[in-house]
Design a protein around this ligand. Structure first.
Ligand SMILES: NC(=O)c1ccc[n+]([C@@H]2O[C@H](COP(=O)([O-])OP(=O)(O)OC[C@H]3O[C@@H](n4cnc5c(N)ncnc54)[C@H](OP(=O)(O)O)[C@@H]3O)[C@@H](O)[C@H]2O)c1
Length: 267
């Protein structure tokens, strides 16, 4: 149908996530929590994930008390021996998530010369390989439960994927690798109704950055480079996350949406 045939239609974007089941990895604090809570507020049933059972349960309970439908899934997503069975059990219990957000990410801030083999393997394993493996599992189950799913896989990359900072060598490598995951998923699963996109946050005031935020020398340097002159607040990631999960983003596939206040376009 040509666009002109519908010239009298008024198009209204739909950002609601009613009847969706969303798993947000690492959602007991920081950006993951902000995304999970925004999904819940937009109508999705959410699965809160982290490694600490008390914290995971408490966050799910708090969302439920605010009128959401949330479940706790305490699981180390980097434990590849346990993950397939744990994910299958989760799907048996709650159904197949049709939105997966690969949010877990750790920091090991070291130069390449200072990083040990263990540091390198751990960071790549948790930040990249775990997202690859979980995406493979999740996409497989989405297709198994529904041959034409309206699936979404969203991966948290970073502006550090295209930039480098001395003393922080491995993290950018893993984050640029995640862009490869975004692309590979988009191409492999797009034909089956699952889109894959990324969100590249800039500098947000989360626990992972707590030291930097309060550092009297480095903190002002970070915000001094940002056109908006401040740290991002976790809730400021939620618009991008809801958009990419919604039906309004149905034709967006293989894209990474930068949310950094303009940090990465300054020089
Ligand atoms: N903050 C920023 O400025 C920024 C900038 C660019 C990109 N990002 C990316 O955005 C994502 C979120 O960052 P954040 O700053 O919000 O992180 P954060 O505050 O450190 O939160 C990390 C979350 O992941 C959970 N977690 C860690 N390892 C896990 C594992 N193996 N299995 C399951 N859960 C695990 C943590 O809970 P437990 O420790 O209890 O398991 C916590 O809920 C990361 O991928 C990060 O690289 C952040």
């Amino acid at each position: 149908m040509l666009f002109l045939d519908r010239a009298e239609t008024m198009f209204k974007p739909d950002f609601s996530l009613n009847n969706r089941l969303a798993l947000v990895t690492g959602s007991t604090r920081g950006l993951g929590y902000a995304i999970a809570s925004a999904y819940a507020a937009s109508g999705a049933t959410v699965i809160v994930n982290g490694r600490d059972p008390e914290r995971t349960e408490a966050i799910a309970q708090s969302l439920n008390e605010q009128g959401a439908t949330a479940y706790a899934w305490t699981q180390d997503i980097a434990n590849f021996d346990a993950l397939p069975k744990a994910y299958a059990n989760l799907c048996d219990r709650l159904g197949a998530p049709d939105i997966l957000v690969n949010n877990v990410g750790i920091r090991i801030r070291k130069s390449l010369s200072a990083a040990s083999v263990h540091d390198i393997n751990q960071l790549i394993h948790v930040n990249l390989s775990a997202a690859v493996f979980l995406s493979k599992l999740a996409a497989g189950v989405m297709l198994e439960h529904n041959p034409q799913p309206n699936g979404r896989i969203i991966s948290l990359t970073s502006i550090a994927g295209h930039l480098a900072r001395s003393g922080d060598a491995i993290y950018p490598i893993a984050k640029l690798g995640l862009k490869g995951l975004v692309n590979s998923l988009a191409v492999e699963y797009g034909p089956y109704g699952i889109t894959s996109n990324g969100i590249a946050p800039g500098t947000f005031a989360t626990e992972a950055n707590a030291e930097l935020v309060s550092d009297p020398v480095k903190g002002p340097v970070v915000i001094g480079r940002n056109p908006l002159g401040r740290w991002g607040q976790p809730e400021e990631i939620t618009g991008a996350a809801v958009f990419l999960a919604s039906s309004s983003a149905a034709y967006v596939n293989g894209h990474v949406l930068v949310v950094d206040g303009g940090f990465s376009v300054t020089f």
